[in-house]
Design a protein around this ligand. Structure first.
Ligand SMILES: Cc1cc2nc3c(=O)[nH]c(=O)nc-3n(C[C@H](O)[C@H](O)[C@H](O)COP(=O)(O)O)c2cc1C
Length: 390
């Protein structure tokens, strides 16, 4: 599908399938085990019905808000995603530049293909940096120091990567490091010449955020690097230590439980990022939108709350904010756009989200993000009575 015919994020999903080899689009779209949580994220958002209001002046709708003291034009940011280079050589800088133009924030993954410093150059005021606790504490501190030196103001801790996931689509495609795809995948890849051309001529596929001997870590070295450095023991003590050494803002990603959210706030988190990794890590856990209310309750205004997982429409952004999130984030939709048409397509993805969000705000009769609250929902819990929140 040509970029000009694309009118929704789902169109980008379908278009990206035509651009990417099946093993890569499966890697992008897939989730853990039976993908129950992956599907639940979208399904549970879709279950929430919005309440249309009529005859309200919605001529001037302001979609802007603030996150951690910074103004953004839309309560939607980009979730951290590793290895964006595999979808398009524009990689992180392309998405970051589009986020800057959309007036919002890009979160650079700890597993990115591009270095933090490279992306900071194109989005110095619009980048949050994800970090992980590595086994070698010195490596973790080095990264925090790099972030500090680069001028990063907000660190996002990966809080849900201690255990390993099992993504069966990837296993069927032999997507290990280095990849060992079955022969059918070679045939399928040959039907995607544009991707193959970019792979051969574009940005080198590396884990460019880390160095060995002064050069970026090669993909083929990632497995052994991970085996050496992955830290399944990371815990709240590490978070507390980080809090004492990092004077900037601190967000923790991968919180799915009210008790953990309260603990994170007690440990000094400025932001709680409700996320089940888009259903990619641990299957059979709830949809993020379903745990959001309990987390909002537990946090009780002591920190900001962000949420991702299944955000595919501006309407979903409205639903998340109305349930108490400061902002929503999306992962796959921006990667679909990147794979389809690089930076221009990511920029268009933001425009689509913004237009839909603004439309949703108008229909629920709200002209400011701060006015979005539970009153926008039809109470679907008791449809027989068709009760409405008032
Ligand atoms: C290709 C891909 C790579 C990802 N890499 C990371 C990562 O490096 N760090 C991380 O915390 N989450 C990662 N995630 C999860 C996203 O940050 C985000 O939580 C998830 O995509 C949100 O769900 P959505 O895709 O339905 O919007 C990745 C997701 C995808 C699709």
């Amino acid at each position: 599908m040509r970029n000009k015919w694309i009118v929704s994020l789902n169109d980008y999903r379908l278009a990206s399938r035509k651009k990417l080899p099946k093993m890569i689009s499966d890697y992008l779209e897939g989730g853990a085990l039976d993908e129950i949580t992956l599907k639940a994220n979208e399904a549970q958002l879709n279950r929430l019905q919005l309440r249309q209001r009529s005859m309200i002046d919605v001529a001037n709708i302001d979609t802007s808000t603030t996150v951690l003291g910074q103004n953004i034009d839309l309560p939607l940011m980009v979730s951290p995603m590793g290895m964006l280079t595999i979808f398009h050589p524009g990689s992180d800088p392309a998405v970051a530049r589009a986020a800057v133009r959309a007036g919002t924030i890009f979160i650079h993954s700890a597993w990115a293909g591009c270095s933090l410093e490279e992306v900071m150059k194109v989005a110095p005021e619009h980048l949050w940096a994800q970090m992980a606790f590595w086994k070698d504490e010195a490596e973790t501190h080095r990264y925090v120091q790099r972030a500090r030196n680069a001028g990063v103001k907000t660190l996002v801790v990966a809080g849900d990567v201690g255990s390993s996931s099992k993504r069966e689509r990837d296993l069927h495609h032999g997507l290990s490091m280095p990849p060992r795809p079955p022969v059918l995948d070679y045939f399928n890849t040959a039907t995607r010449p544009e991707w193959v051309w970019r792979w051969l001529t574009g940005r080198k596929m590396t884990y460019g955020n880390y160095n060995i001997d002064g050069r970026p870590l090669r993909m083929s070295e990632m497995n052994s690097w991970m085996a050496e450095n992955k830290n399944a023991s990371a815990n709240w003590d590490d978070f507390a230590k980080l809090r004492s050494e990092w004077s900037g803002k601190l967000v923790i990603k991968g919180i799915m439980d009210a008790e953990d959210a309260a603990r994170a706030v007690d440990e000094g988190a400025d932001g709680i990022f409700v996320s089940n990794h888009g259903g990619r890590q641990f299957d059979s856990q709830p949809a993020t939108i379903d745990v959001l209310p309990s987390i909002v309750h537990a946090v009780a205004g002591r920190a900001e709350i962000y949420i991702d997982g299944g955000i595919r429409r501006g309407h979903d952004v409205a639903k998340a904010v109305s349930l108490g999130a400061t902002a929503a984030l999306a992962g796959r939709p921006f990667a679909y756009a990147l794979a389809t048409g690089g930076e221009a397509a990511v920029e268009k993805a933001f425009t689509i989200f913004r237009d839909e969000f603004k439309g949703a705000m108008g229909f629920v009769g709200k002209t400011s993000v701060s006015h979005l609250d539970e009153s926008v929902f039809v109470d679907t819990r008791s449809p027989a009575k068709a009760e409405i929140y008032i």
